[in-house]
Ligand binder design. Structure first.
Ligand code: MN
Length: 488
């Protein structure tokens, strides 16, 4: 059971100036709105709202996000509206909740070719990245309680997590989030493989752990002798799903995985990182081609660290990841770090915090470039393209002002030729209606219809529809001419 006190406590730890009064009010409002509702697990519904909000507090997000986490299912599932939320909690919170509700309509049903569209659309529709972070927090709790759902629903949600959510988390630099999402979804998507990997990893870890502990002690001693102050040295165990993916490329041989446990050395600044790398290489011989300087050349998502793999004692292979504190936080939190400490005005900006702000600006800039790229996609694709849904939730992209006839031909030639009407968002609509992004379109088919209507040529927007219609009309013309010739 999670309590609101727990959330407030967590928030206060990183943000003593947080508006906890609003957090408490949001809790009371959500509890009242969801009163009497139960989750499939039998828990009170509010437990899900609290869990979502606590996940956001663990990401150290600002108060509007914490509040929106508590309220995120209110408009969708209760009699209270977005307008009520806006009146009580203001425009910013309402905007976030609205974003989450909107994203709720995006569903992935296992068609590979739509996955990238869906990811892009997810990012584009969210507008505010915090909406995605709330969606992640929501999804984590849904996965934790997935066992209570119907098997088909379980599988859909888990697969969607692997195909859509985790890749987005990775793009946003949120390593921990990606790993957690994947590991929670893994057993539902590939139950047998999960059981196999888990067992392999457990057996291997039993042996490895002792060895890594010894190596850790050696490194600690070396650092001490050199006078290098370290923040922490810890063994990080590879996430199971990412281990599984790697095993698939290594003939399923766990002995070929060198980073099942990697030793993470966190130090205070960049020069120290290189010092530690030198120290390790002096002690143990590095494996060729495995030294990676992600400090000088960060990964596209902003990740920074030095990686090296060495032959340690008795020729055993160990991977090291060396980074400073800031890099460590960014590697764990990714884009979420951008909102940390941003709440209200921080009065005392210590020197370290100033550095923090600097680092945030850095990542912000990187992501702005990323977002610029996204808005370019928006300009290129989204401005001239629209995304509509089939009733099954698949995403179809079409040029702007496309009509149900374009949509029908996009699905299948036969659907186009035989279409006689359309339901747009469950409402009967004419075939020349301009579709809008987010519309759910269902084509009504008349099985007796033999050919397309020539009038459709006046309003279709896609070449595919135009060509197909013309093709049938030409064929028809040919038929008439042949008939006429035969008559002669
Ligand atoms: Mn939810």
């Amino acid at each position: 059971m999670i309590t609101i006190e727990q959330i407030i406590e967590t928030v206060n730890e990183y943000n003593p100036d947080a508006n906890t009064k609003m957090v408490r009010e949001a809790y009371e409002f959500a509890a009242m709105a969801h009163a009497g509702m139960k989750r499939q697990s039998g828990e009170e519904y509010i437990q899900h709202s609290l869990a979502t909000s606590l996940n956001l507090a663990k990401l150290r997000l600002d108060t509007p996000s914490i509040v929106a986490g508590l309220l995120h299912d209110v408009p969708e599932d209760t009699s209270y509206t977005l307008e009520d939320i806006k009146k009580k909690f203001g425009r910013e919170v309402a905007k976030l909740v609205e974003g989450i509700t909107k994203l709720g309509t995006l569903k992935y049903r296992g068609l590979e070719r739509y996955a990238e569209n869906l990811r892009k659309m997810f990012l584009a529709m969210a507008e505010d990245i915090r909406v995605i972070l709330i969606k992640f927090a929501d999804r984590i709790n849904n996965l934790e309680t997935l066992e209570y759902l119907r098997p088909d629903k379980r599988k859909r949600i888990a697969l969607e997590t692997l195909e859509i959510y985790a890749p987005i988390a990775l793009r946003l630099g949120m390593g921990e989030m990606k790993g957690n999402l994947e590991d929670l979804a893994f057993p539902y998507v590939y139950p047998k493989e999960y059981a196999w990997v888990k067992k392999e990893a457990e057996n291997k870890l039993k042996i490895e752990k002792k060895f890594i502990d010894k190596i850790k002690k050696v490194v600690q001693k070396e650092l001490q002798e050199e006078g290098i102050e370290h923040v922490s040295i810890h063994g990080r165990i590879k996430h199971l799903y990412s281990l599984y993916r790697k095993l698939l490329t290594k003939d399923r041989d766990i002995n070929r995985i060198y980073d099942l446990i990697a030793l993470r050395v966190v130090v205070k600044d960049v020069p120290e990182c290189y010092k530690v790398l030198g120290l390790i290489h002096k002690k143990w011989k590095p494996l060729k081609g495995r030294i990676k300087d992600y400090i000088a050349q960060p990964k596209p998502n902003g990740y920074q660290s030095l990686h090296t793999t060495v032959f340690a004692k008795k020729g055993k292979i160990v991977e090291f990841q060396i980074r400073d504190k800031k890099m460590h936080e960014l590697a764990e939190f990714g884009i979420a770090a951008h909102w940390q400490y941003k709440d209200s005005d921080i009065k005392k900006i210590t020197r370290e915090k100033a550095e923090w702000v600097h680092a945030l600006k850095d990542i912000q800039k990187r992501f702005q470039d990323d977002l610029k790229y996204l808005s370019e996609i928006k300009v290129e694709i989204f401005q001239n393209r629209i995304f509509v849904f089939t009733p099954q939730g698949d995403v179809i992209d079409l040029p702007e002002n496309s009509t149900p006839v374009d949509f029908a031909y996009h699905i299948h030639t036969d659907v186009g030729n035989k279409c006689s009407g359309a339901l747009i968002n469950e409402e009967m609509s004419s075939l020349d209606t301009s579709l809008k992004s987010g519309d759910v379109v269902e084509i009504i088919i008349n099985k007796n219809r033999k050919k397309p209507n020539p009038d459709w040529l006046d309003f279709v927007k896609t070449n595919i529809a135009r060509d197909k219609i013309k093709y049938y009309l030409n064929k028809e013309k040919e038929g008439i001419i042949i008939k006429l010739l035969k008559k002669k």
